[in-house]
Design a binder for this molecule. Structure first.
Ligand SMILES: Cc1ncc(COP(=O)(O)O)c(C=O)c1O
Length: 319
Protein backbone atom coordinates (compact mmCIF):
# COMPACT_ATOMS: atom_id res chain seq x y z
CA UNK A 1 0.00 0.00 0.00
CA UNK A 2 1.11 3.56 -0.70
CA UNK A 3 2.43 5.44 2.36
CA UNK A 4 -0.02 8.01 3.74
CA UNK A 5 0.75 11.13 5.76
CA UNK A 6 4.12 12.52 6.75
CA UNK A 7 6.14 15.07 4.79
CA UNK A 8 5.31 16.22 1.30
CA UNK A 9 7.10 15.45 -1.95
CA UNK A 10 7.90 17.76 -4.85
CA UNK A 11 4.56 18.92 -6.27
CA UNK A 12 4.29 18.34 -10.01
CA UNK A 13 1.30 18.37 -12.34
CA UNK A 14 0.16 14.98 -13.55
CA UNK A 15 0.12 15.59 -17.28
CA UNK A 16 1.09 13.31 -20.13
CA UNK A 17 4.45 12.51 -21.62
CA UNK A 18 5.04 13.31 -25.28
CA UNK A 19 6.29 9.80 -26.16
CA UNK A 20 3.86 7.94 -23.96
CA UNK A 21 3.75 4.76 -26.07
CA UNK A 22 7.46 4.12 -26.05
CA UNK A 23 9.94 2.30 -23.83
CA UNK A 24 11.34 4.58 -21.11
CA UNK A 25 15.08 4.28 -20.53
CA UNK A 26 17.92 6.12 -18.81
CA UNK A 27 19.97 7.58 -21.70
CA UNK A 28 20.14 7.80 -25.48
CA UNK A 29 23.34 5.76 -25.65
CA UNK A 30 21.69 3.02 -23.56
CA UNK A 31 18.73 3.09 -25.95
CA UNK A 32 21.20 2.40 -28.75
CA UNK A 33 22.66 -0.43 -26.69
CA UNK A 34 19.16 -1.87 -26.27
CA UNK A 35 18.63 -1.80 -30.06
CA UNK A 36 21.98 -3.45 -30.75
CA UNK A 37 21.38 -6.25 -28.26
CA UNK A 38 17.72 -6.84 -29.14
CA UNK A 39 18.59 -7.13 -32.85
CA UNK A 40 21.79 -9.09 -32.31
CA UNK A 41 23.73 -6.69 -34.51
CA UNK A 42 27.48 -7.33 -34.66
CA UNK A 43 28.28 -4.18 -36.63
CA UNK A 44 26.98 -0.64 -36.91
CA UNK A 45 27.41 2.14 -39.46
CA UNK A 46 27.82 5.51 -37.77
CA UNK A 47 28.40 8.95 -39.26
CA UNK A 48 31.84 10.49 -38.64
CA UNK A 49 29.84 13.51 -37.49
CA UNK A 50 28.67 12.17 -34.14
CA UNK A 51 29.60 12.43 -30.47
CA UNK A 52 31.71 9.75 -28.83
CA UNK A 53 29.11 8.81 -26.23
CA UNK A 54 27.46 6.56 -28.81
CA UNK A 55 30.65 4.52 -29.02
CA UNK A 56 30.31 3.38 -25.38
CA UNK A 57 27.89 0.49 -26.05
CA UNK A 58 29.95 -0.65 -29.03
CA UNK A 59 33.07 -0.97 -26.91
CA UNK A 60 31.15 -2.72 -24.15
CA UNK A 61 29.81 -5.39 -26.50
CA UNK A 62 32.68 -5.52 -28.97
CA UNK A 63 30.51 -4.38 -31.86
CA UNK A 64 32.35 -3.40 -35.05
CA UNK A 65 31.88 0.16 -36.29
CA UNK A 66 32.25 1.57 -39.80
CA UNK A 67 32.06 5.35 -40.12
CA UNK A 68 30.36 7.00 -43.10
CA UNK A 69 30.58 10.47 -44.64
CA UNK A 70 27.79 13.01 -44.96
CA UNK A 71 27.29 15.82 -47.47
CA UNK A 72 26.49 19.51 -46.96
CA UNK A 73 22.83 18.62 -46.40
CA UNK A 74 23.87 16.33 -43.52
CA UNK A 75 22.86 13.31 -45.63
CA UNK A 76 24.89 10.07 -45.94
CA UNK A 77 27.20 9.47 -48.87
CA UNK A 78 26.68 5.74 -48.81
CA UNK A 79 25.72 2.70 -50.89
CA UNK A 80 22.80 1.31 -48.87
CA UNK A 81 22.83 -2.00 -50.78
CA UNK A 82 26.00 -2.96 -48.86
CA UNK A 83 24.35 -3.17 -45.44
CA UNK A 84 24.67 -6.72 -44.08
CA UNK A 85 21.80 -8.55 -42.31
CA UNK A 86 23.46 -8.32 -38.89
CA UNK A 87 24.43 -4.63 -39.22
CA UNK A 88 22.53 -1.55 -38.10
CA UNK A 89 22.74 1.80 -39.90
CA UNK A 90 22.39 4.81 -37.59
CA UNK A 91 21.28 8.16 -38.91
CA UNK A 92 21.04 11.28 -36.75
CA UNK A 93 18.10 13.60 -37.42
CA UNK A 94 20.56 16.50 -37.32
CA UNK A 95 19.40 19.50 -35.32
CA UNK A 96 15.81 18.39 -35.80
CA UNK A 97 15.91 19.46 -39.43
CA UNK A 98 15.91 16.14 -41.29
CA UNK A 99 12.41 14.70 -40.83
CA UNK A 100 11.65 14.47 -44.55
CA UNK A 101 15.01 12.90 -45.24
CA UNK A 102 14.46 10.32 -42.49
CA UNK A 103 11.17 9.43 -44.17
CA UNK A 104 12.87 8.89 -47.55
CA UNK A 105 15.79 7.04 -45.96
CA UNK A 106 13.40 4.53 -44.45
CA UNK A 107 12.41 3.43 -47.97
CA UNK A 108 15.96 2.57 -49.03
CA UNK A 109 17.95 1.72 -45.90
CA UNK A 110 17.81 -1.71 -44.27
CA UNK A 111 18.13 -1.99 -40.46
CA UNK A 112 17.77 1.75 -40.02
CA UNK A 113 18.24 3.19 -36.51
CA UNK A 114 17.00 6.76 -36.19
CA UNK A 115 18.74 8.85 -33.56
CA UNK A 116 16.24 11.57 -32.71
CA UNK A 117 18.29 12.86 -29.75
CA UNK A 118 18.34 16.21 -31.54
CA UNK A 119 14.74 16.05 -32.64
CA UNK A 120 12.57 15.34 -29.62
CA UNK A 121 9.23 16.17 -31.22
CA UNK A 122 9.66 14.18 -34.43
CA UNK A 123 7.35 11.21 -34.73
CA UNK A 124 8.99 7.82 -35.32
CA UNK A 125 8.70 6.13 -38.71
CA UNK A 126 6.57 2.96 -38.42
CA UNK A 127 8.54 -0.20 -37.56
CA UNK A 128 11.80 1.69 -37.24
CA UNK A 129 14.07 1.58 -34.21
CA UNK A 130 14.06 5.20 -33.02
CA UNK A 131 15.37 6.83 -29.86
CA UNK A 132 15.27 10.21 -28.12
CA UNK A 133 17.27 11.83 -25.29
CA UNK A 134 15.13 14.10 -23.14
CA UNK A 135 17.73 16.33 -21.50
CA UNK A 136 18.82 17.86 -24.81
CA UNK A 137 15.44 19.63 -24.89
CA UNK A 138 14.25 19.91 -21.27
CA UNK A 139 15.45 20.37 -17.71
CA UNK A 140 15.75 16.73 -16.66
CA UNK A 141 18.86 14.94 -15.38
CA UNK A 142 18.58 12.00 -17.84
CA UNK A 143 15.92 9.99 -19.66
CA UNK A 144 15.41 8.49 -23.08
CA UNK A 145 12.53 7.11 -25.13
CA UNK A 146 12.77 4.19 -27.49
CA UNK A 147 10.44 2.86 -30.18
CA UNK A 148 11.19 -0.70 -31.22
CA UNK A 149 9.32 -3.93 -31.91
CA UNK A 150 12.07 -6.08 -30.45
CA UNK A 151 12.10 -6.65 -26.68
CA UNK A 152 15.26 -7.28 -24.69
CA UNK A 153 15.45 -10.83 -23.35
CA UNK A 154 16.32 -9.72 -19.79
CA UNK A 155 14.68 -7.41 -17.21
CA UNK A 156 16.02 -3.94 -16.42
CA UNK A 157 16.64 -2.19 -13.09
CA UNK A 158 15.10 1.21 -12.57
CA UNK A 159 17.36 4.25 -12.54
CA UNK A 160 17.31 6.79 -9.69
CA UNK A 161 18.01 10.44 -10.45
CA UNK A 162 17.23 12.30 -7.22
CA UNK A 163 20.87 12.87 -6.33
CA UNK A 164 21.76 14.19 -9.79
CA UNK A 165 19.42 17.16 -10.03
CA UNK A 166 21.57 19.74 -8.28
CA UNK A 167 22.42 21.63 -11.49
CA UNK A 168 18.73 21.93 -12.38
CA UNK A 169 17.86 23.26 -8.95
CA UNK A 170 20.85 25.60 -8.78
CA UNK A 171 20.17 27.10 -12.18
CA UNK A 172 16.57 27.78 -11.19
CA UNK A 173 17.52 29.21 -7.81
CA UNK A 174 20.78 31.11 -8.29
CA UNK A 175 21.54 31.15 -12.02
CA UNK A 176 23.57 29.14 -14.53
CA UNK A 177 27.17 29.83 -13.52
CA UNK A 178 27.24 28.28 -10.01
CA UNK A 179 25.53 25.07 -11.20
CA UNK A 180 27.80 24.46 -14.19
CA UNK A 181 30.16 22.16 -12.26
CA UNK A 182 27.23 19.99 -11.14
CA UNK A 183 25.97 19.86 -14.71
CA UNK A 184 29.35 18.52 -15.86
CA UNK A 185 29.39 16.03 -12.99
CA UNK A 186 26.03 14.69 -14.08
CA UNK A 187 27.19 14.39 -17.70
CA UNK A 188 30.19 12.43 -16.41
CA UNK A 189 28.00 10.19 -14.28
CA UNK A 190 25.91 9.22 -17.31
CA UNK A 191 28.95 7.65 -18.97
CA UNK A 192 29.25 3.86 -18.91
CA UNK A 193 25.93 3.16 -17.23
CA UNK A 194 23.92 -0.04 -17.67
CA UNK A 195 20.68 0.07 -19.60
CA UNK A 196 18.06 1.02 -17.01
CA UNK A 197 14.43 2.03 -16.97
CA UNK A 198 13.86 5.78 -16.71
CA UNK A 199 13.71 6.96 -13.09
CA UNK A 200 10.34 7.81 -11.54
CA UNK A 201 11.53 11.35 -10.94
CA UNK A 202 12.55 11.97 -14.56
CA UNK A 203 9.26 10.53 -15.76
CA UNK A 204 7.33 12.74 -13.33
CA UNK A 205 9.12 15.85 -14.58
CA UNK A 206 8.44 14.82 -18.18
CA UNK A 207 4.72 14.56 -17.30
CA UNK A 208 4.83 18.18 -16.26
CA UNK A 209 5.87 19.87 -19.50
CA UNK A 210 3.79 21.95 -21.91
CA UNK A 211 5.14 20.30 -25.04
CA UNK A 212 3.11 22.09 -27.67
CA UNK A 213 3.96 25.52 -26.27
CA UNK A 214 7.65 24.65 -26.26
CA UNK A 215 7.61 23.23 -29.75
CA UNK A 216 5.85 26.32 -31.12
CA UNK A 217 8.28 28.70 -29.41
CA UNK A 218 11.22 26.80 -30.87
CA UNK A 219 9.76 27.00 -34.35
CA UNK A 220 9.00 30.72 -34.03
CA UNK A 221 12.54 31.43 -32.86
CA UNK A 222 14.04 29.26 -35.57
CA UNK A 223 12.00 30.92 -38.31
CA UNK A 224 12.73 34.43 -37.03
CA UNK A 225 16.46 33.75 -37.23
CA UNK A 226 16.14 32.05 -40.59
CA UNK A 227 14.20 34.93 -42.15
CA UNK A 228 16.94 37.30 -41.10
CA UNK A 229 20.16 35.47 -41.85
CA UNK A 230 19.44 32.66 -44.30
CA UNK A 231 21.00 34.70 -47.12
CA UNK A 232 24.37 34.77 -45.35
CA UNK A 233 24.22 31.15 -44.22
CA UNK A 234 26.54 28.91 -46.22
CA UNK A 235 24.27 26.00 -45.31
CA UNK A 236 21.32 25.84 -47.68
CA UNK A 237 18.94 23.78 -45.62
CA UNK A 238 15.37 23.07 -46.54
CA UNK A 239 13.41 24.56 -43.65
CA UNK A 240 9.83 24.37 -45.02
CA UNK A 241 8.71 21.48 -42.85
CA UNK A 242 10.79 22.08 -39.74
CA UNK A 243 8.91 20.50 -36.83
CA UNK A 244 11.38 19.93 -34.02
CA UNK A 245 14.36 22.28 -34.26
CA UNK A 246 17.12 22.02 -31.67
CA UNK A 247 19.37 24.93 -32.70
CA UNK A 248 19.89 27.11 -35.78
CA UNK A 249 23.10 26.02 -37.53
CA UNK A 250 24.72 29.15 -38.97
CA UNK A 251 27.76 28.63 -41.19
CA UNK A 252 29.18 32.05 -41.89
CA UNK A 253 32.52 33.68 -42.60
CA UNK A 254 32.48 35.74 -39.39
CA UNK A 255 35.21 33.97 -37.37
CA UNK A 256 34.67 36.13 -34.29
CA UNK A 257 30.94 35.52 -33.93
CA UNK A 258 31.07 32.73 -31.37
CA UNK A 259 33.32 34.78 -29.07
CA UNK A 260 31.19 37.88 -29.54
CA UNK A 261 28.08 35.96 -28.53
CA UNK A 262 29.90 34.49 -25.56
CA UNK A 263 31.02 37.93 -24.38
CA UNK A 264 27.36 38.88 -24.41
CA UNK A 265 26.50 35.79 -22.34
CA UNK A 266 24.97 33.92 -25.24
CA UNK A 267 26.34 30.41 -25.10
CA UNK A 268 26.48 28.18 -28.15
CA UNK A 269 27.17 24.45 -28.08
CA UNK A 270 29.85 22.73 -30.16
CA UNK A 271 28.85 19.65 -32.16
CA UNK A 272 31.22 17.77 -31.58
CA UNK A 273 34.85 18.17 -30.56
CA UNK A 274 35.18 14.37 -30.83
CA UNK A 275 34.79 14.67 -34.60
CA UNK A 276 38.11 16.50 -34.93
CA UNK A 277 40.09 13.43 -33.97
CA UNK A 278 38.26 11.31 -36.56
CA UNK A 279 38.55 13.68 -39.54
CA UNK A 280 41.17 16.03 -41.01
CA UNK A 281 40.88 19.82 -40.99
CA UNK A 282 39.89 19.99 -44.68
CA UNK A 283 36.91 17.63 -44.23
CA UNK A 284 33.31 18.77 -44.16
CA UNK A 285 32.70 17.15 -40.78
CA UNK A 286 35.64 19.00 -39.22
CA UNK A 287 34.35 22.29 -40.62
CA UNK A 288 30.85 21.57 -39.30
CA UNK A 289 32.40 21.30 -35.85
CA UNK A 290 34.82 24.18 -36.14
CA UNK A 291 33.01 26.73 -38.29
CA UNK A 292 29.25 26.39 -37.78
CA UNK A 293 27.81 28.49 -34.98
CA UNK A 294 24.86 26.63 -33.47
CA UNK A 295 22.56 29.45 -32.40
CA UNK A 296 20.16 28.78 -29.51
CA UNK A 297 16.45 28.89 -30.37
CA UNK A 298 15.03 27.04 -27.38
CA UNK A 299 11.89 27.69 -25.35
CA UNK A 300 13.65 30.04 -22.91
CA UNK A 301 14.34 32.61 -25.62
CA UNK A 302 11.80 35.37 -26.20
CA UNK A 303 11.52 37.26 -29.46
CA UNK A 304 13.54 40.07 -27.83
CA UNK A 305 16.34 37.65 -26.98
CA UNK A 306 16.42 36.43 -30.56
CA UNK A 307 16.43 40.02 -31.84
CA UNK A 308 19.47 40.66 -29.65
CA UNK A 309 21.26 37.65 -31.12
CA UNK A 310 20.56 39.05 -34.59
CA UNK A 311 21.98 42.42 -33.57
CA UNK A 312 25.15 40.78 -32.30
CA UNK A 313 25.44 38.84 -35.54
CA UNK A 314 25.17 42.13 -37.47
CA UNK A 315 27.67 43.74 -35.13
CA UNK A 316 25.10 46.29 -34.04
CA UNK A 317 25.29 45.50 -30.33
CA UNK A 318 27.95 44.86 -27.71
CA UNK A 319 27.80 44.90 -23.93
C1 LIG B 1 23.32 12.86 -31.66
C2 LIG B 1 23.43 12.23 -30.30
N1 LIG B 1 22.90 11.02 -30.10
C3 LIG B 1 22.93 10.43 -28.90
C4 LIG B 1 23.55 11.03 -27.83
C5 LIG B 1 23.58 10.30 -26.51
O1 LIG B 1 22.50 10.68 -25.71
P1 LIG B 1 22.63 10.49 -24.13
O2 LIG B 1 23.58 11.54 -23.65
O3 LIG B 1 21.26 10.62 -23.58
O4 LIG B 1 23.20 9.13 -23.93
C6 LIG B 1 24.16 12.28 -28.00
C7 LIG B 1 24.88 13.01 -26.97
O5 LIG B 1 25.02 12.82 -25.86
C8 LIG B 1 24.08 12.90 -29.26
O6 LIG B 1 24.62 14.10 -29.46
Amino acid sequence: MKEIGGYFELELNEGAEYHNNSIRLNTGRNALEYILLANNYNKIYLPFFICDSLLEPLRRHDIEVDFYLIDDQFEPIFDFSTIEDASGFLYVNYFGLKDSFVHSLKQKCKNLIVDNSQSFFSKPEPNTDTFYSARKFFGVPDGAYLYTNKPLPFPLDMDQSYNRCLHLLMRKDIGPQPGYGSFLQNEHYLCNQQIKKMSRLTQAILCNINYEKIRKRRIENFNFIHENIASTNKLKLSTDAVYSPMVYPYWCTDKGLKDRLHKNKIFTATYWDDVKKRRTADSLEYKFTEEIVYLPIDQRLTKRNVALILKIIRNEYSR
